[in-house]
Design a protein around this ligand. Sequence first.
Ligand code: PEP
Length: 260
Amino acid sequence: MSRKPIFAANWKMNKGASETEDFVKSFLSKTQGMNFTSEIVIAPPFVSLPKLADLLHTATAGQNAHAIQIAAQNCSEYDSGAYTGEVSVMMLREFFVHYVILGHSERRSIYGETDAKINAKIKKAREANLKPIFCIGETLAEREGGKLESVLRTQVTQGLKDISEKDLNEIVIAYEPVWAIGTGVTATSEQAQEAHAFVRSLIAEIYGPDAAAKIRIQYGGSVKPGNAAELMAQPDIDGALIGGAALEPQSFLDIIRNGS
Ligand code: PEP
């Protein structure tokens, strides 16, 4: 089963509209004449989505522009109404958003998002035909306490509760060990492969072997140009979710090139 790798830039709370424009112009000029074999996604802050949509998905956008998909970093589990500060899936659709990052460890730890809430958001995203990038991963204490598998099992089973196989086919899982996010410490390729193989086996348990063979599982956690090739060479790693190293066009491009 061949799975198309997916490289997604998670800019977190970085880059307003003008920095978004600088990044995209530079990135596109560096990719002149290149043919991407992987899927490329950029997730800017909400306020930069209109600018990104203009740059990538209007009639005047450059050739490679259409090869880049837009992601949001979050969405509401509700349709509309009195939810101050929230953004709905239908609002995201207006800006050519195709993916939405859900369950990121920063949403879980700083904003208290539970597995149940993440599950509700995944369902809402699928109602609007958005593709969730569903993040899971253990803390260092959980890993050192021998709880890696039980933590991943809970996050996967609760996060995907009552999600049909048809919807699962539109979901990307991002395995992101919390201890590797933004720390400069990367999981070794063996550690990452072991966790990815376990997550794939969980999907096989719930949905069967075909769904497990199809689902893309990205690795995230201090991915850089220098470690992308080794990580991406692992049989169960299908791309990367990249924070810090995706803030510079050259570094993001080098990760895609080295990892593809
Ligand atoms: C992330 O935010 O999802 C991430 C993996 O960040 P970093 O690449 O900076 O570790």
